[in-house]
Design a binder for this molecule. Structure first.
Ligand SMILES: *[C@@H]1O[C@H](CO)[C@@H](O)[C@H](O)[C@H]1NC(C)=O
Ligand SMILES: *[C@@H]1O[C@H](CO)[C@@H](O)[C@H](O)[C@H]1NC(C)=O
Length: 246
């Protein structure tokens, strides 16, 4: 029985290690909004390419929600959308949200920011992909869990980073990475050990073997967060079925 279970879990892991797609999809058309589009409930982008006009991207200058492409109200969901380079802050989730089959062609400041306050909240990214992120793809400023499943990342700094130096910083923040393929980039998660964050990576690959970096996070105004270690420590960061073969 034990070996059957082990085989099954190996099969499950192998299956998970493939995101829905590793090529960026073609857009069905173009659309642009003058301000951030607010989503409550579900929004299906029908594979249109979304931009801000005028363009709000100012590279790594941290702007804010107003410069995002979409703002998602708690419990909201976005699916089937392509975000162009012509926007700054991607998607801002004010509470738990679900982003399914969303593609970021050229990440500006970051692709999405998760701000859910509740310790039991979970936001999910399912399928989709992001590329050309000078630093972070997903910024986790709230609490609870962010789960990234079957996602494709290419040419990026970090896949998910717990806020290093937010106001009212703290945790714990839990990052779950499953079935992610990540190339030409850095760690899949950067977490703050001093706030009891965790990162669990299963059935994923990063072609340089970069899984997680552990930091000491700080309160805004108290300097910078400091990196204290890399790789799984089997306490705050654990990996299972993690490879360099992407
Ligand atoms: C989360 O916790 C809050 C307050 O403790 C509770 O009201 C809510 O039902 C919980 N939600 C879930 C999804 O468990
Ligand atoms: C974590 O666990 C794995 C698998 O049991 C083991 O190979 C590895 O040495 C452990 N790492 C640390 C830092 O304890």
């Amino acid at each position: 029985m034990k070996s059957t279970l082990a085989t099954l879990s190996l099969l499950a892991t192998t299956t998970l290690a493939v995101p829905s797609a590793t090529t960026f999809p073609a857009a069905s058309g173009e659309t642009a909004f003058p301000t951030a589009h607010i989503v409550s409930g579900s929004f299906d982008g029908e594979m249109l390419r979304f931009s801000r006009d005028p363009n709000t991207c100012r590279d790594q200058t941290e702007t804010g929600e107003a410069d995002a492409m979409f703002i998602v109200e708690p419990g909201g969901a976005i699916s089937n959308a392509i975000l162009s380079a012509a926007q700054a802050e991607g998607i801002h989730c004010r509470g738990a949200c679900t982003l399914t089959n969303v593609w970021w062609e050229d990440v500006c400041e970051d692709a999405a920011t998760f701000k859910q306050a509740a310790a039991n909240a979970t936001s999910r990214v399912v399928g989709g992909g992001a590329r050309r992120a000078a630093d972070k793809i997903f910024q986790f400023n709230g609490r609870g869990t962010v789960a990234v499943t079957d996602f494709y990342a290419e040419d990026y700094g970090k896949l998910v980073r717990s806020c290093g130096d937010c106001g009212a910083n703290g945790g714990p923040r839990h990052v779950v990475v499953e079935g992610v393929v990540a190339k030409q980039g850095g760690v899949l998660c950067g977490i703050n050990s001093n706030y009891e964050d965790t990162c669990t990576i299963t059935g994923s690959c990063q072609n340089s073997g970069k899984s997680c970096d552990r930091y000491t996070g700080v309160e805004k105004g108290d300097g910078n967060s400091v990196k204290i270690g890399s790789g799984p420590d089997n306490y705050s960061c654990s990996v299972d079925g993690f490879t360099r073969t992407c």
